[in-house]
Design a protein around this ligand. Structure first.
Ligand SMILES: CC(C)(COP(=O)(O)OP(=O)(O)OC[C@H]1O[C@@H](n2cnc3c(N)ncnc32)[C@H](O)[C@@H]1OP(=O)(O)O)[C@@H](O)C(=O)NCCC(=O)NCCS
Length: 216
């Protein structure tokens, strides 16, 4: 489902179950040697997806290790992003000559737990969510806002190499499947200009909400 919200230059591979033939490379094994089964399965399957995407880009299978603040390390010339949640894993990759940064996030399509929305949103974002919910009650807009913010962080981090908090970007979701993110903190220089925000897309289906940013 994620490829429908990404440009054609981005290779997307997703899985709705953990394939029995998914394996880790030795350096990756070391990372999850003491992890619980759930973590091990999501870590393995999403890397299986990422290596399939690498192959489609004509690249060799390599270990994809968590680096600074958990950001995955991609081979030279590649940008990418990964997400996993109950019943879903996805990896999206592209050549860095074509795409500057990628960020994706998938979440179960249910409302946020009590108290979380206030912690992850700005007051005006909550007003915006209320208006969207009145117009289209079938979407859990609070969870979508959360997924959009996580996709913002994953796109931001490889460019800025620093933390971005939930109140550091203002999200505007649109019912047409798009969203914008306005940075409320100074951004890094990217392609000769200050990064001010992102344009993303979202979708729902199969019990999931998925948000994706492909910054060209
Ligand atoms: C890092 C974070 C975004 C991960 O999101 P999540 O919903 O918990 O988990 P997901 O399964 O969707 O994504 C996990 C994957 O994100 C990727 N990831 C982790 N840290 C990352 C970082 N700093 N930069 C880019 N990608 C990162 C990894 O590939 C990870 O998978 P892996 O551990 O198997 O390699 C989240 O835990 C977090 O710290 N959020 C706070 C920051 C934030 O969202 N700010 C909002 C800004 S508006």
């Amino acid at each position: 489902m994620i490829e429908r919200i990404l440009p054609v230059d981005v290779v997307a591979v997703e899985a709705f179950a953990d394939p029995p033939d998914a394996v880790l490379l030795p350096e990756e094994e070391a990372v999850v040697a003491k992890a619980v089964d759930k973590r091990r399965r999501e870590f393995t399957t999403v890397r299986h997806c990422a290596r399939q995407a690498l192959a489609r880009l004509g690249r060799e299978p390599v270990a994809i290790l968590p680096g600074e603040r958990g950001a995955p390390g991609w081979p030279d010339g590649i940008v990418g992003s990964m997400t996993h949640c109950a019943g879903y894993r996805a990896a999206v990759l592209a050549e860095d000559k074509v795409v500057t940064s990628l960020g994706i996030d998938a979440e179960p399509h249910v409302t946020l737990p009590d108290g979380v929305l206030d912690a992850v949103s700005l007051p005006d974002e909550r007003e915006h969510l209320a208006a969207l919910a009145a117009a289209e009650p079938g979407v859990h807009w609070d969870k979508l806002l959360f997924a959009a913010k996580e996709s913002v962080y994953k796109t931001w981090f490889p460019l800025a190499r620093k933390w971005l908090g939930f109140s550091d970007a203002r999200i505007r979701l649109a019912r047409d499947g798009t969203f914008t993110a306005e940075l409320l903190v100074p951004g890094p220089q990217v392609n000769g200009a200050e990064l001010r925000g992102f344009d993303g897309r979202w979708t729902t289906g199969d019990g999931l909400v998925v948000a994706a940013i492909a910054m060209v």
